[in-house]
Design a protein around this ligand. Sequence first.
Ligand code: CDP
Length: 223
Amino acid sequence: MSGPVTVVAVDGPAGSGKSSVSRAAARRLGFDYQDTGAAYRALAWFVLERGIDPADEEAVVNVLADFDYAIGIDPDDYFVRVGGVDVEAAIREPRISVVVSAIARILPVRAYLVDLFRHVIASSDKPGVITEGRDITTVVCPDAPVRILLTASPEVRMARRSAEITGQSADEVAKHLTSRDAQDSRVVDFMNAAEGVIAIDSTHLDFDQTIQAVVDLVHAAAR
Ligand code: CDP
């Protein structure tokens, strides 16, 4: 572990492009990249694997003791493992997306994962870590020198997500995304920028322009 790393906190709703943009911006900056949604998804996968009902809060909290989670934060070496099993593809399946919000609303689960995210950041040996999720600017790293809310119009978000997912119609993707956003926003507000958080609306920006907007903010903060 070297000196304190610069944390770039990025929040936003599903389909805003925060994962792909954060990863590419980290690459450009020589930073690490932490996908926090992967931890909630991996826990949801583990809960289903154990045959636990995601609505059974006590059982979900109890399973945390056995949750052996590992994530790759090098943007060129991304992996997600639970108990040594590669779950990177499995955690993107629709069966996970429909239960993940139920798990993410359990407060002891959030407290446990917030702590884990801070440890992952502290383990970085790069000059900075872009960490993205729903509550990074407000709860995980409210003191980060760069805090960004990445948004896009609902139409653009649905279209982006439906291009990523195969095996589901555009209507189904839109319906699931809207319902997940509604459930998630009862727990954390990731639709409005908190004080001091800069909003980047990517509705009319292409991928490269969005990455550049993030990189520019990091450079400006360093000056
Ligand atoms: O990529 P997408 O925005 O669709 O989702 P994700 O970032 O993979 O996050 C999956 C789920 O984890 C979200 O729907 C939230 O329920 C939860 N989550 C959270 O509660 N807090 C975070 N910091 C990140 C994700």
